[in-house]
Design a protein around this ligand. Structure first.
Ligand SMILES: C[S@@+](CC[C@H](N)C(=O)[O-])C[C@H]1O[C@@H](n2cnc3c(N)ncnc32)[C@H](O)[C@@H]1O
Length: 275
C-alpha cells in the first residue's frame, strides 16, 4: 500500500484536488491537453520554465510538486527524542483516543489509520480495544518503540515508517486519527492532503484529528520544530462542511513536554462522513 509519489502523480493529484480537467489546466498554461496527459502518464516532463506557473496554478510549490523533501533531516528532532529507553510521550493513551472509543466503539471491525503515531501509545491502546490499526510515523526510532509496546501488549498493528508529506494511502479506512502532528503539514499541501484523507474514508467513517493553532498571545513552545507551522483558528473545521461534525472545539492548555512549562492552543474535530 505504500507509494512514493512522483512528479507525474503529483501533477494529477493536485490538478484533481483543484477540480481542473486536463484541458482546463492546459488552457491556463497555453499548451495542449495532450502535453498534460503525457506529464501525468510519465511520458514527458514539463518544461522547466513552466514550473513556477504550474505550481502556482496548483496552489503548491515546486519542491512539493517535484517530490523533493528538504526537511528529511528535521526528522532527527524526533529521532533523537525517541532514542532513549523512556517513552517521551508516555505509554498512556491521549485524551482524543479515549473520546474516540466512546464515540465509535468497534462493535464491528473498524480500520484505523493513525498518522504520526510517535512511540505508539495511542495505536496500541486502540488495538487493545479491538480496532484494526495501521500506523506510521516519520521517525524510525519511534516506530521501533511502538512495535515493542505492541509486543508487550500482544497486539497486532501494521506499523511502518513514512513521511506524511509524500505518503498517500491507497486503501480506505473507517477512522483517520492523528494527534499533535498536522502542524507538520505545511499550508502548501494541506488542501490536497486533507482531500485525500476525506476521500479515503469509508461512508459512515470518522475523522478524529487535532491541530496546533496559532495565537498571537501564546509564545512558541521551547521544543517546537522551526519547520512546522501552526494552523489558523478554525481552519481544520472548514474541511468538514458536508460531513456531520459531532464535536469541534478550541482549547488552550498547559504542557511540560520539554521540561519547561508552556502553553498550546489546539483545535479538535470529530466528524463523520455521511453514509
Ligand atoms: C507531537 S508528536 C505526537 C506523537 C503521537 N501522535 C502522540 O500523540 O504521542 C509529533 C509526531 O509527528 C511525527 N512527524 C513529524 N513530521 C512528520 C512527517 N512529515 N511525517 C510523519 N510523521 C511526522 C513525529 O515524528 C512525531 O512522532
Amino acid at each position: 500500500m505504500e507509494r512514493r509519489t512522483t512528479l507525474a502523480d503529483n501533477i494529477a493529484r493536485f490538478r484533481k484536488s483543484k477540480g481542473y480537467t486536463q484541458e482546463e489546466l492546459a488552457g491556463k498554461l497555453s499548451i495542449s491537453s495532450q502535453a498534460v496527459s503525457k506529464w501525468e502518464n510519465g511520458q514527458s516532463l514539463p518544461d522547466i520554465s513552466l514550473l513556477p506557473t504550474l505550481a502556482g496554478l496548483l496552489e503548491t510549490d515546486i519542491d512539493t510538486l517535484m517530490g523533493y523533501i528538504p526537511g528529511k533531516k528535521k526528522m532527527t528532532l524526533y529521532e533523537e527524542r525517541y532514542r532513549s529507553r523512556e517513552y517521551y510521550w508516555g505509554r498512556q493513551p491521549g485524551r482524543m483516543c479515549l473520546e474516540l472509543l466512546e464515540r465509535f466503539y468497534p462493535i464491528r471491525p473498524l480500520r484505523v489509520l493513525e498518522i504520526g503515531c510517535g512511540e505508539g501509545k495511542d495505536a496500541v491502546f486502540l488495538a487493545r480495544n479491538g480496532y484494526q490499526v495501521t500506523a506510521f510515523d516519520a521517525a524510525e526510532t519511534g516506530i521501533e518503540k511502538a512495535k515493542r509496546l505492541a509486543d508487550i501488549h500482544q497486539v497486532e498493528i501494521r506499523f511502518f515508517q513514512a513521511d506524511l508529506r509524500d505518503f498517500r494511502p491507497e486503501e480506505e479506512f473507517d477512522i483517520i486519527y492523528s494527534s499533535g502532528v498536522f502542524h507538520h503539514v505545511l499550508p502548501g499541501i494541506r488542501n490536497e492532503l486533507m482531500k485525500h484523507y476525506l476521500s479515503h474514508t469509508a461512508p459512515g467513517g470518522m475523522h478524529a484529528l487535532n491541530v496546533f493553532v496559532e495565537k498571537p498571545f501564546i509564545p512558541k513552545p521551547p521544543d517546537s520544530d522551526p519547520e512546522a507551522e501552526n494552523w489558523r483558528s478554525g481552519e481544520l473545521f472548514t474541511y468538514y462542511g458536508d460531513w456531520v461534525i459531532e464535536e469541534c472545539r478550541e482549547e488552550i492548555f498547559d504542557c511540560n513536554s520539554s521540561g519547561i512549562p508552556h502553553k498550546h492552543c489546539m483545535d479538535t474535530v470529530f466528524a463523520r462522513k455521511p453514509l
